[in-house]
Design a protein around this ligand. Structure first.
Ligand SMILES: Cc1cc2nc3c(=O)[nH]c(=O)nc-3n(C[C@H](O)[C@H](O)[C@H](O)COP(=O)(O)OP(=O)(O)OC[C@H]3O[C@@H](n4cnc5c(N)ncnc54)[C@H](O)[C@@H]3O)c2cc1C
Length: 304
């Protein structure tokens, strides 16, 4: 069967794209491996109408609503390979052995985080080791908080965190704030610690303190870190899409309607934007769904 659109990735962006296409009565296949980026967090915050719900509950409910449209199929699996065919459409190889074809592709495959290699950090990711204060800062408010420098964005992050609790910036010997940053951090009451953190302490996922290289122990209830990101899937690269450098890693280049540099391929969500957040990913998916639909309307080659 030739689908109008295959959406790869059934997270916040992919399901939002599929919803618009379903409501436009287009034949849509969503292929999803089921590993959304925020799966490590018990609750998702800030998504209007769903604040505090487990991420999988939100996505399950959304998938049910999208799948209720008669022109939509949602398949669990990984899209392994995508190729452009001679008619300007696309062929997709899926991990269950299926091959699917479509006139347009929406890549909503998200990103994966590369966490700093530090004893006790990985097992606390999404609980007491956090990346975004808007997502999880409120839940750790009024407790001693840390920022682990992993990137030049650390100074920006450290200047924000005092709105949630008393803050220490651990520079890790990687990043020294410049004069302007230092004066902002001082004005915000941020303590700067230059001895590297070597271990996180407490019964994970609880965090009680961090141990420094010189043996001192500093009480901390949550540690913010900006991990570097990479594409969760190689499909955009396979299809020859252009990339830009985002603040924490590569992002697929798109126009205002989320069209990539490869004709017929759209991209949405964390994989194709600088700021990462479920609401923004969802809004991006809406743009990609509408963009793909509009381009199908203009496609005389396939017109009935
Ligand atoms: C620990 C943590 C907590 C977070 N908490 C919040 C929060 O509280 N509030 C908030 O707004 N944001 C939060 N975020 C950010 C939020 O998770 C992302 O912005 C959002 O998930 C991006 O949506 P997306 O659809 O682009 O990607 P994702 O949600 O990551 O979905 C991508 C989907 O594509 C699938 N996929 C990837 N490759 C393939 C392939 N080749 N074939 C098939 N499927 C594929 C994946 O398995 C996944 O299901 C958090 C992030 C992290 C890391």
């Amino acid at each position: 069967m030739l689908h109008d659109v295959i959406v790869v990735g059934g997270g916040f962006a992919g399901l939002s794209a599929a919803m618009q296409l379903a409501r436009a009565r287009r034949r849509v296949l969503v292929v999803d491996a089921g590993l959304p980026r925020n799966r490590f967090a018990e609750a998702s915050h800030g998504f209007l109408g769903q604040d505090g719900k487990p991420p999988f509950d939100i996505l399950r409910q959304a998938a049910c609503q999208v799948a209720a449209y008669p022109t939509v199929e949602i398949a669990r699996g990984e899209a392994l390979k995508a190729l452009r065919d001679e008619n300007g459409g696309f062929g997709l190889q899926i991990s269950d052995g299926r091959r699917a074809r479509a006139r347009r592709l929406v890549l909503a495959t998200g990103v994966a985080d590369t966490l700093p290699d530090l004893a006790g950090l990985k097992e606390r990711w999404g609980a007491t080791v956090l990346h975004c204060p808007y997502c999880h800062g409120y839940e750790v408010r009024d407790r001693p908080l840390g920022v682990l420098a992993n990137h030049p964005m650390a100074a920006h992050q450290a200047a924000m965190i005092p709105d949630w609790g008393p803050t220490t910036l651990f520079t890790q010997g990687r990043f020294e704030p410049d004069e302007e940053q230092l004066s902002l951090l001082n004005a915000r009451g941020v303590t700067i610690e230059r001895q590297p953190v070597v271990e996180l302490l407490g019964s994970a996922p609880t965090l009680d303190a961090v141990r420094l290289a010189d043996g001192r122990v500093v009480s901390i209830s949550a540690l913010f870190v900006a991990p570097s990101t990479r594409m969760a899937s190689p499909l955009a690269e396979q299809l020859g899409c252009a990339f830009d450098d985002g603040p924490l890693g590569p992002m697929i280049r798109t126009d205002d309607w989320k069209a990539t540099s490869t004709p017929g391929v759209y991209a949405a969500g964390d994989a194709a934007r600088a700021m990462h957040n479920a609401t923004l990913a969802s809004a991006d998916g809406v743009l990609a769904g509408v963009g793909a639909h509009q381009s199908l309307i203009r496609d005389v080659q396939f017109a009935a």
